[in-house]
Design a binder for this molecule. Structure first.
Ligand SMILES: *[C@@H]1O[C@H](CO)[C@@H](O)[C@H](O)[C@H]1NC(C)=O
Ligand SMILES: *[C@@H]1O[C@H](CO)[C@@H](O)[C@H](O)[C@H]1NC(C)=O
Ligand SMILES: *[C@@H]1O[C@H](CO)[C@@H](O)[C@H](O)[C@H]1NC(C)=O
Ligand SMILES: *[C@@H]1O[C@H](CO)[C@@H](O)[C@H](O)[C@H]1NC(C)=O
Ligand SMILES: *[C@@H]1O[C@H](CO)[C@@H](O)[C@H](O)[C@H]1NC(C)=O
Ligand SMILES: *[C@@H]1O[C@H](CO)[C@@H](O)[C@H](O)[C@H]1NC(C)=O
Ligand SMILES: *[C@@H]1O[C@H](CO)[C@@H](O)[C@H](O)[C@H]1NC(C)=O
Length: 257
Protein backbone atom coordinates (compact mmCIF):
# COMPACT_ATOMS: atom_id res chain seq x y z
CA UNK A 1 0.00 0.00 0.00
CA UNK A 2 2.74 2.38 1.08
CA UNK A 3 4.74 1.51 -1.99
CA UNK A 4 1.77 2.31 -4.25
CA UNK A 5 1.50 5.74 -2.67
CA UNK A 6 5.23 6.17 -3.30
CA UNK A 7 4.80 5.20 -6.93
CA UNK A 8 1.95 7.69 -7.28
CA UNK A 9 4.13 10.34 -5.64
CA UNK A 10 6.97 9.49 -8.01
CA UNK A 11 4.67 9.73 -11.02
CA UNK A 12 3.42 13.07 -9.76
CA UNK A 13 6.99 14.25 -9.29
CA UNK A 14 7.95 13.14 -12.78
CA UNK A 15 4.95 14.98 -14.17
CA UNK A 16 6.04 18.08 -12.31
CA UNK A 17 9.59 17.71 -13.61
CA UNK A 18 8.25 17.34 -17.13
CA UNK A 19 6.12 20.42 -16.67
CA UNK A 20 9.12 22.40 -15.52
CA UNK A 21 11.05 21.26 -18.58
CA UNK A 22 8.20 22.36 -20.81
CA UNK A 23 7.53 25.66 -19.09
CA UNK A 24 10.81 27.41 -19.94
CA UNK A 25 9.89 27.00 -23.60
CA UNK A 26 6.53 28.61 -22.94
CA UNK A 27 8.31 31.34 -21.05
CA UNK A 28 10.63 32.00 -23.99
CA UNK A 29 7.57 32.27 -26.21
CA UNK A 30 6.11 34.75 -23.76
CA UNK A 31 9.26 36.87 -23.80
CA UNK A 32 9.33 36.73 -27.57
CA UNK A 33 5.68 37.73 -27.76
CA UNK A 34 6.29 40.72 -25.48
CA UNK A 35 9.16 41.74 -27.78
CA UNK A 36 6.77 42.94 -30.39
CA UNK A 37 7.55 46.49 -31.42
CA UNK A 38 4.79 49.07 -31.23
CA UNK A 39 4.42 49.90 -34.93
CA UNK A 40 3.53 53.32 -36.27
CA UNK A 41 2.00 53.65 -39.70
CA UNK A 42 3.24 57.06 -40.74
CA UNK A 43 1.40 57.03 -44.06
CA UNK A 44 -1.91 56.81 -42.19
CA UNK A 45 -3.20 60.29 -41.44
CA UNK A 46 -3.80 60.84 -37.77
CA UNK A 47 -7.56 60.84 -37.31
CA UNK A 48 -8.92 63.84 -35.52
CA UNK A 49 -12.52 63.94 -34.48
CA UNK A 50 -14.51 67.15 -33.94
CA UNK A 51 -14.23 66.94 -30.19
CA UNK A 52 -10.45 66.82 -30.35
CA UNK A 53 -10.30 69.68 -32.85
CA UNK A 54 -12.52 71.83 -30.63
CA UNK A 55 -10.18 71.05 -27.76
CA UNK A 56 -7.10 72.36 -29.55
CA UNK A 57 -5.23 75.10 -27.83
CA UNK A 58 -5.21 78.50 -29.52
CA UNK A 59 -1.75 79.40 -30.75
CA UNK A 60 -1.92 83.15 -31.24
CA UNK A 61 0.15 84.97 -28.60
CA UNK A 62 -2.82 87.04 -27.31
CA UNK A 63 -4.86 83.97 -26.51
CA UNK A 64 -2.09 82.09 -24.76
CA UNK A 65 -2.73 81.22 -21.13
CA UNK A 66 -1.54 83.77 -18.61
CA UNK A 67 1.84 82.87 -17.21
CA UNK A 68 1.80 80.08 -14.64
CA UNK A 69 -2.00 79.96 -14.24
CA UNK A 70 -2.38 77.04 -16.60
CA UNK A 71 0.20 75.01 -18.48
CA UNK A 72 1.58 76.11 -21.81
CA UNK A 73 1.67 72.93 -23.85
CA UNK A 74 4.77 72.26 -25.90
CA UNK A 75 2.59 70.03 -28.09
CA UNK A 76 -0.68 68.18 -27.83
CA UNK A 77 0.58 64.63 -27.45
CA UNK A 78 3.26 62.31 -28.72
CA UNK A 79 3.28 58.63 -29.64
CA UNK A 80 6.47 56.59 -29.88
CA UNK A 81 6.85 53.55 -32.09
CA UNK A 82 8.75 51.90 -34.91
CA UNK A 83 8.37 52.23 -38.63
CA UNK A 84 9.71 49.88 -41.28
CA UNK A 85 12.49 51.44 -43.33
CA UNK A 86 13.02 48.85 -46.05
CA UNK A 87 10.91 46.60 -48.21
CA UNK A 88 13.79 44.16 -48.50
CA UNK A 89 14.46 41.77 -45.65
CA UNK A 90 16.84 38.95 -44.86
CA UNK A 91 15.85 35.39 -44.04
CA UNK A 92 17.85 33.81 -41.20
CA UNK A 93 17.69 30.83 -38.86
CA UNK A 94 19.06 30.57 -35.31
CA UNK A 95 22.84 30.41 -35.22
CA UNK A 96 23.06 32.38 -38.45
CA UNK A 97 23.64 36.07 -38.98
CA UNK A 98 23.21 38.36 -41.95
CA UNK A 99 23.83 41.97 -42.75
CA UNK A 100 20.79 44.04 -43.60
CA UNK A 101 21.31 47.31 -45.43
CA UNK A 102 18.89 50.23 -45.67
CA UNK A 103 18.57 53.66 -47.19
CA UNK A 104 15.32 55.31 -46.33
CA UNK A 105 14.03 58.83 -46.81
CA UNK A 106 11.58 60.19 -44.33
CA UNK A 107 10.05 63.63 -43.89
CA UNK A 108 10.90 64.30 -40.28
CA UNK A 109 12.76 66.33 -37.71
CA UNK A 110 16.20 65.09 -36.65
CA UNK A 111 16.42 64.50 -32.88
CA UNK A 112 20.11 65.42 -32.61
CA UNK A 113 19.59 68.58 -34.62
CA UNK A 114 16.67 69.66 -32.42
CA UNK A 115 18.81 69.19 -29.32
CA UNK A 116 21.65 71.15 -30.96
CA UNK A 117 19.21 73.96 -31.77
CA UNK A 118 17.99 74.20 -28.18
CA UNK A 119 20.73 76.49 -26.82
CA UNK A 120 18.17 79.18 -25.93
CA UNK A 121 16.25 76.66 -23.80
CA UNK A 122 19.13 76.35 -21.34
CA UNK A 123 18.90 80.05 -20.48
CA UNK A 124 15.44 79.41 -19.00
CA UNK A 125 16.85 77.04 -16.37
CA UNK A 126 17.77 77.81 -12.79
CA UNK A 127 21.33 77.00 -11.74
CA UNK A 128 20.05 73.90 -9.99
CA UNK A 129 18.09 72.73 -13.04
CA UNK A 130 21.12 73.47 -15.18
CA UNK A 131 23.14 70.92 -13.20
CA UNK A 132 20.79 68.01 -13.93
CA UNK A 133 20.30 69.28 -17.47
CA UNK A 134 24.06 69.19 -18.03
CA UNK A 135 24.09 65.54 -17.00
CA UNK A 136 21.23 64.71 -19.36
CA UNK A 137 23.15 66.40 -22.17
CA UNK A 138 26.30 64.49 -21.29
CA UNK A 139 24.36 61.21 -21.50
CA UNK A 140 22.46 62.08 -24.65
CA UNK A 141 23.29 59.92 -27.68
CA UNK A 142 20.86 60.99 -30.38
CA UNK A 143 17.72 59.24 -29.18
CA UNK A 144 14.21 60.59 -28.80
CA UNK A 145 14.92 61.55 -25.18
CA UNK A 146 16.23 65.00 -26.11
CA UNK A 147 17.19 66.71 -22.83
CA UNK A 148 15.40 69.98 -23.63
CA UNK A 149 12.12 68.08 -23.97
CA UNK A 150 12.68 65.55 -21.21
CA UNK A 151 13.28 68.39 -18.75
CA UNK A 152 9.74 69.69 -19.24
CA UNK A 153 8.12 66.24 -19.02
CA UNK A 154 8.00 65.66 -22.76
CA UNK A 155 10.40 62.74 -23.19
CA UNK A 156 9.60 61.66 -26.76
CA UNK A 157 11.03 58.22 -26.04
CA UNK A 158 7.73 57.54 -24.27
CA UNK A 159 4.11 58.26 -25.06
CA UNK A 160 3.38 61.73 -23.77
CA UNK A 161 -0.13 62.94 -23.04
CA UNK A 162 -1.44 66.32 -21.95
CA UNK A 163 -1.86 64.90 -18.45
CA UNK A 164 1.87 64.15 -18.33
CA UNK A 165 2.65 67.72 -19.34
CA UNK A 166 0.19 69.12 -16.79
CA UNK A 167 1.88 67.04 -14.11
CA UNK A 168 5.26 68.56 -14.97
CA UNK A 169 3.69 72.03 -14.94
CA UNK A 170 2.41 71.36 -11.43
CA UNK A 171 5.79 70.21 -10.16
CA UNK A 172 8.13 72.80 -11.68
CA UNK A 173 8.63 76.48 -11.25
CA UNK A 174 8.70 78.80 -14.24
CA UNK A 175 7.35 75.96 -16.36
CA UNK A 176 5.67 77.98 -19.11
CA UNK A 177 8.79 79.93 -19.95
CA UNK A 178 10.68 76.66 -20.46
CA UNK A 179 7.80 75.08 -22.41
CA UNK A 180 7.58 78.12 -24.69
CA UNK A 181 11.31 77.95 -25.42
CA UNK A 182 11.04 74.21 -26.13
CA UNK A 183 8.04 74.72 -28.39
CA UNK A 184 9.93 77.36 -30.35
CA UNK A 185 12.77 74.88 -30.91
CA UNK A 186 10.35 72.14 -31.97
CA UNK A 187 8.44 74.31 -34.43
CA UNK A 188 11.23 76.58 -35.70
CA UNK A 189 11.81 74.58 -38.86
CA UNK A 190 9.39 72.33 -40.72
CA UNK A 191 10.33 68.68 -41.19
CA UNK A 192 12.67 67.98 -44.11
CA UNK A 193 13.55 64.85 -46.07
CA UNK A 194 16.13 62.94 -44.03
CA UNK A 195 17.92 59.86 -45.23
CA UNK A 196 18.57 57.03 -42.82
CA UNK A 197 21.22 54.77 -44.25
CA UNK A 198 23.55 52.07 -43.00
CA UNK A 199 23.30 48.44 -42.06
CA UNK A 200 22.57 46.21 -39.11
CA UNK A 201 23.75 42.70 -38.28
CA UNK A 202 20.76 40.42 -37.76
CA UNK A 203 20.84 37.12 -35.81
CA UNK A 204 18.20 34.47 -36.38
CA UNK A 205 16.13 33.12 -33.49
CA UNK A 206 14.30 30.09 -34.87
CA UNK A 207 14.98 26.81 -36.68
CA UNK A 208 12.46 27.76 -39.34
CA UNK A 209 13.85 30.69 -41.35
CA UNK A 210 12.18 34.01 -40.63
CA UNK A 211 12.44 37.20 -42.63
CA UNK A 212 13.51 40.33 -40.78
CA UNK A 213 13.30 43.96 -41.87
CA UNK A 214 14.93 47.09 -40.45
CA UNK A 215 12.74 49.38 -38.34
CA UNK A 216 13.51 52.87 -37.05
CA UNK A 217 12.29 54.43 -33.83
CA UNK A 218 10.21 57.55 -34.33
CA UNK A 219 7.87 59.77 -32.39
CA UNK A 220 4.71 61.12 -33.97
CA UNK A 221 4.08 64.46 -32.34
CA UNK A 222 0.75 66.16 -32.61
CA UNK A 223 1.30 69.90 -32.45
CA UNK A 224 -1.14 72.27 -30.76
CA UNK A 225 -2.63 73.34 -34.10
CA UNK A 226 -3.56 69.78 -35.01
CA UNK A 227 -0.80 69.08 -37.55
CA UNK A 228 1.58 66.28 -36.76
CA UNK A 229 5.33 66.01 -37.22
CA UNK A 230 7.61 63.01 -37.01
CA UNK A 231 10.80 63.14 -34.98
CA UNK A 232 13.31 60.44 -35.87
CA UNK A 233 15.90 59.01 -33.50
CA UNK A 234 19.48 59.42 -34.67
CA UNK A 235 20.83 56.86 -32.21
CA UNK A 236 22.15 53.90 -34.29
CA UNK A 237 20.85 51.56 -31.56
CA UNK A 238 17.29 52.63 -32.43
CA UNK A 239 17.43 50.83 -35.79
CA UNK A 240 16.36 47.26 -35.04
CA UNK A 241 15.41 44.10 -36.90
CA UNK A 242 11.94 42.62 -36.70
CA UNK A 243 9.51 40.57 -38.76
CA UNK A 244 6.92 42.45 -40.81
CA UNK A 245 4.56 42.09 -37.82
CA UNK A 246 7.17 43.68 -35.55
CA UNK A 247 8.54 40.62 -33.71
CA UNK A 248 12.13 41.42 -32.89
CA UNK A 249 15.31 39.39 -33.00
CA UNK A 250 18.81 40.28 -31.87
CA UNK A 251 20.53 42.87 -34.04
CA UNK A 252 23.33 45.39 -33.80
CA UNK A 253 24.32 48.42 -35.83
CA UNK A 254 27.29 47.89 -38.15
CA UNK A 255 29.69 50.78 -37.56
CA UNK A 256 30.37 52.92 -40.62
CA UNK A 257 33.87 52.77 -42.08
C1 LIG B 1 -0.86 52.50 -43.49
O1 LIG B 1 -1.91 53.43 -43.73
C2 LIG B 1 -2.23 53.57 -45.12
C3 LIG B 1 -3.23 54.71 -45.26
O2 LIG B 1 -4.26 54.61 -44.34
C4 LIG B 1 -2.75 52.23 -45.63
O3 LIG B 1 -3.05 52.32 -47.00
C5 LIG B 1 -1.66 51.15 -45.41
O4 LIG B 1 -2.16 49.89 -45.81
C6 LIG B 1 -1.24 51.10 -43.96
N1 LIG B 1 -0.09 50.22 -43.83
C7 LIG B 1 -0.01 49.29 -42.87
C8 LIG B 1 1.24 48.48 -42.85
O5 LIG B 1 -0.88 49.12 -42.06
C1 LIG C 1 -2.38 61.25 -29.48
O1 LIG C 1 -3.56 61.75 -30.08
C2 LIG C 1 -3.98 61.02 -31.23
C3 LIG C 1 -5.15 61.74 -31.86
O2 LIG C 1 -5.96 62.33 -30.93
C4 LIG C 1 -4.34 59.60 -30.81
O3 LIG C 1 -4.69 58.84 -31.94
C5 LIG C 1 -3.10 58.97 -30.13
O4 LIG C 1 -3.43 57.69 -29.65
C6 LIG C 1 -2.62 59.83 -28.98
N1 LIG C 1 -1.39 59.27 -28.45
C7 LIG C 1 -1.21 59.08 -27.15
C8 LIG C 1 0.09 58.51 -26.75
O5 LIG C 1 -2.05 59.36 -26.32
C1 LIG D 1 21.00 64.72 -37.81
O1 LIG D 1 21.68 65.87 -37.39
C2 LIG D 1 23.03 65.62 -37.01
C3 LIG D 1 23.60 66.90 -36.42
O2 LIG D 1 23.41 67.98 -37.28
C4 LIG D 1 23.79 65.12 -38.23
O3 LIG D 1 25.12 64.84 -37.86
C5 LIG D 1 23.12 63.85 -38.75
O4 LIG D 1 23.74 63.41 -39.95
C6 LIG D 1 21.66 64.10 -39.03
N1 LIG D 1 21.01 62.81 -39.35
C7 LIG D 1 20.19 62.65 -40.38
C8 LIG D 1 19.61 61.30 -40.56
O5 LIG D 1 19.93 63.55 -41.15
C1 LIG E 1 24.94 75.62 -17.20
O1 LIG E 1 25.97 74.66 -17.16
C2 LIG E 1 26.91 74.75 -18.23
C3 LIG E 1 27.84 73.57 -18.16
O2 LIG E 1 28.28 73.34 -16.85
C4 LIG E 1 27.61 76.09 -18.17
O3 LIG E 1 28.50 76.21 -19.25
C5 LIG E 1 26.58 77.20 -18.24
O4 LIG E 1 27.21 78.45 -18.07
C6 LIG E 1 25.50 77.02 -17.16
N1 LIG E 1 24.47 77.99 -17.39
C7 LIG E 1 23.78 78.58 -16.40
C8 LIG E 1 22.70 79.51 -16.78
O5 LIG E 1 24.02 78.37 -15.21
C1 LIG F 1 23.70 59.28 -17.02
O1 LIG F 1 24.23 57.96 -17.30
C2 LIG F 1 24.75 57.33 -16.16
C3 LIG F 1 25.39 56.04 -16.61
O2 LIG F 1 24.58 55.34 -17.51
C4 LIG F 1 23.60 57.09 -15.14
O3 LIG F 1 24.10 56.47 -13.98
C5 LIG F 1 22.97 58.43 -14.78
O4 LIG F 1 21.86 58.23 -13.94
C6 LIG F 1 22.56 59.18 -16.02
N1 LIG F 1 22.09 60.49 -15.67
C7 LIG F 1 20.94 61.00 -16.04
C8 LIG F 1 20.63 62.37 -15.57
O5 LIG F 1 20.15 60.38 -16.75
C1 LIG G 1 1.77 54.42 -27.01
O1 LIG G 1 0.54 54.74 -27.64
C2 LIG G 1 0.24 53.89 -28.74
C3 LIG G 1 -0.99 54.46 -29.42
O2 LIG G 1 -1.91 54.97 -28.52
C4 LIG G 1 0.03 52.46 -28.20
O3 LIG G 1 -0.25 51.59 -29.27
C5 LIG G 1 1.32 52.01 -27.51
O4 LIG G 1 1.14 50.74 -26.94
C6 LIG G 1 1.71 53.01 -26.44
N1 LIG G 1 3.02 52.65 -25.93
C7 LIG G 1 3.33 52.67 -24.65
C8 LIG G 1 4.74 52.33 -24.30
O5 LIG G 1 2.50 52.96 -23.80
C1 LIG H 1 0.98 74.26 -37.42
O1 LIG H 1 2.14 74.67 -36.75
C2 LIG H 1 3.35 74.35 -37.42
C3 LIG H 1 4.49 74.75 -36.52
O2 LIG H 1 4.37 76.04 -36.04
C4 LIG H 1 3.39 75.11 -38.75
O3 LIG H 1 4.58 74.79 -39.44
C5 LIG H 1 2.19 74.67 -39.57
O4 LIG H 1 2.16 75.38 -40.79
C6 LIG H 1 0.91 74.91 -38.79
N1 LIG H 1 -0.19 74.32 -39.56
C7 LIG H 1 -1.39 74.87 -39.60
C8 LIG H 1 -2.41 74.15 -40.43
O5 LIG H 1 -1.66 75.92 -39.02
Amino acid sequence: MVSIVNVIALVALLALAKASIVSPLHKTDGIRASNQLPLLNLSAKMEMDGEILADLIPTSPESEPPMEKQPLFVFRNSTVGFTRISGAGVSVTSGAGASLGFSFSIEALNATLLQENSVVFRRRLTMEENVSYTELVRNYSGGLNMPFMETIGANLDMNVTRDDLTESFNSQSNYNSKARAARNVLTADPPTMLTLSGSIMVSGNSIIPKTFFPFAKVAQVQLNNGTSVVVVSTDPKDIVAATAEGFTTESAPVPEE
